[in-house]
Design a protein around this ligand. Structure first.
Ligand code: BGP
Length: 469
């Protein structure tokens, strides 16, 4: 579909280990930050416990048990015609405590089996190295990314991955939605900010550690295998100004700049002037070590992966009412409808995202997450026309960006191609899948997989390389 590419367009689906694998302490896996988060519901932040408390329900502990169903699940992905599968590796499956000297062989073996199974069907694995699952021990013992030592632990983890899976995995992304660091630092960085601390100082120092860790990983990954493509991954927020009032436009611009501050460092290898001034205004001084600036320059990414679900609205009005969105709440856009979970539905926002990112950076893009969280009524075959409609409109918008606007985008993965645990609410009932999993919000159900109507629809999209939607 993209003439700029030599390889076929990578159609596929995406998941993250902590939302689908389960088997949270099997075969030597250690606890991760995701394993101590309880289920919640829409509008209620998910509660965390200090370690695992017996008798409480933690959705990630079993999730959809991909750990034991991977063969069956990958066979279904293959039947849909997936060209790629975006997944993550659970850090604590490989380094149970994060600071271990030696990796856990059983954990490594599991991913060998998953990659082999994918390759058997010619499905290209695209691996997010860290997707909201920092080993819990690193949080307890080192305060996670606040501590510079994390660069070393993450580096050790990356080295093992690059060496072990050389030849099997060629596409990587260093951190999921790295710009979420500034929105939800507890969740994205595994850090807790004390009331007396300068929140910005803590967030941006920890983010600096991630930037350095990512840049080092890019250099190391290229050295170990020159065929590696190593990308960054961000949440793309598509902000509109509420009106043409210059004040609203300015607020929109400032909002977008805060997000671009992350991609600027990772794509261009340096903090932008705009970000430097912003950090100054927030009384932030980034503590750098000799060599940091050089490594940021050397370790710029090969591509940008991003998630896109909904757009947002910036306004200069005060006392406003906010509606939900992925990680960001903003005012309602009167031109758009919302999903059951309150997220706006805006395919054009994806075309804008692709154009803005490509216009700014001119490096290849990858739509790493897009999809509709909806309530599916169990039926013989779930007729999820609403999901088909959402995906169809978004794929059309992506096609326009590629074919009409000349954006270089090499792949598209439907988020939660198989139903999984929601990050925001911990619910199973917020379903994204084209494959249904019989499991409910209390963790009950047979785990049986079945195909929804969207399964055949997406299969046809892939068969026709996006010609027929
Ligand atoms: C993104 C995360 C995913 C995923 C998705 C949908 O921010 O990278 O892990 O969960 O959002 O969000 P939710 O699960 O809250 O519906």
């Amino acid at each position: 579909m993209n003439e700029k590419q030599k390889e076929p367009f990578l159609w596929g689906g995406a998941t993250a280990a902590n939302q689908c694998e389960g088997a949270y302490h099997e075969d030597g896996k250690g606890l991760s930050e995701a394993d101590i988060v309880l289920a919640g519901k829409r509008g209620v932040p998910r509660e965390r416990t200090d370690g695992v408390v017996e008798g409480l329900y933690y959705p990630s502990h079993e999730a959809i048990d991909f750990y034991h169903h991977y063969k069956e699940d990958i066979a279904l992905f293959a039947e849909m015609g997936f060209k790629c599968y975006r997944m993550s590796v659970a850090w604590s499956r490989i380094f149970p405590n994060g600071d271990d000297e030696v990796p856990n062989e059983k954990g490594l073996l599991f991913y060998d089996k998953v990659f082999d199974e994918l390759l058997k069907y010619n499905i290209t694995p695209i691996v997010t190295i860290s997707h909201y699952e920092i080993p819990y021990n690193l949080i307890k013992k080192y305060h996670s990314w606040e501590n510079r030592k994390m660069i070393e632990f993450y580096g050790r983890f990356c080295k093992v991955l690059f060496e072990r899976y050389k030849g099997k995995v060629k596409y990587w992304m260093t951190f999921n939605e790295i710009n979420v660091n500034m929105l939800h630092p507890e969740h994205a960085l595994g850090i807790e900010i004390k009331p007396e601390e300068n929140r910005y100082q803590v967030i941006y120092q920890a983010s600096h550690h991630e930037f350095v860790a990512s840049a080092r990983a890019v250099c190391m990954g290229h050295e170990i295998d020159p065929d590696n493509h190593i990308g960054m991954m961000m949440l793309y927020p598509t902000f509109y100004a509420e009106t043409c009032n210059p004040q609203d436009q300015w607020i929109r611009l400032e909002e977008m700049n805060k997000h671009y501050a992350f991609s600027d460092v990772m794509v261009r290898g340096t903090y932008s002037e705009n970000m430097k001034r912003y950090l100054q205004r927030m009384n932030v001084t980034i503590k750098m070590e000799p060599g940091d600036e050089e490594i940021l320059k050397a370790g710029t990414v090969d591509y940008i992966g991003f998630s896109y679900y909904n757009s947002n609205v910036a306004t200069s009005r005060k006392d406003i009412e906010l509606i939900d969105g992925n990680m960001i709440n903003s005012v309602k856009n009167k031109y758009l409808k919302e999903s059951r979970w309150g997220w706006s539905i805006d395919p054009m926002g994806l075309r804008i995202a692709l154009n803005e990112l490509y216009g700014r950076y001119q490096i290849p893009l990858f739509v790493a997450e897009n999809g509709l969280g909806a309530l599916d009524e169990p039926a013989e075959v779930i007729e999820d026309n609403y999901r088909i409609e959402y995906l169809k409109a978004h794929i059309k918008a992506m096609k326009d960006a590629i074919l009409l606007d000349g954006v270089d985008c090499f792949g598209y993965t439907v988020w939660g191609c198989i139903d999984l645990v929601s990050v925001g609410t911990g619910e199973m009932s917020k379903r994204y899948g084209m494959i249904y999993v019989d499991r409910d919000d209390q963790g009950k159900g047979s785990m049986k997989r079945s195909k929804k109507k969207s399964f055949w629809w997406y299969k046809h999209v892939i068969e026709t390389d996006g010609e027929e939607l």
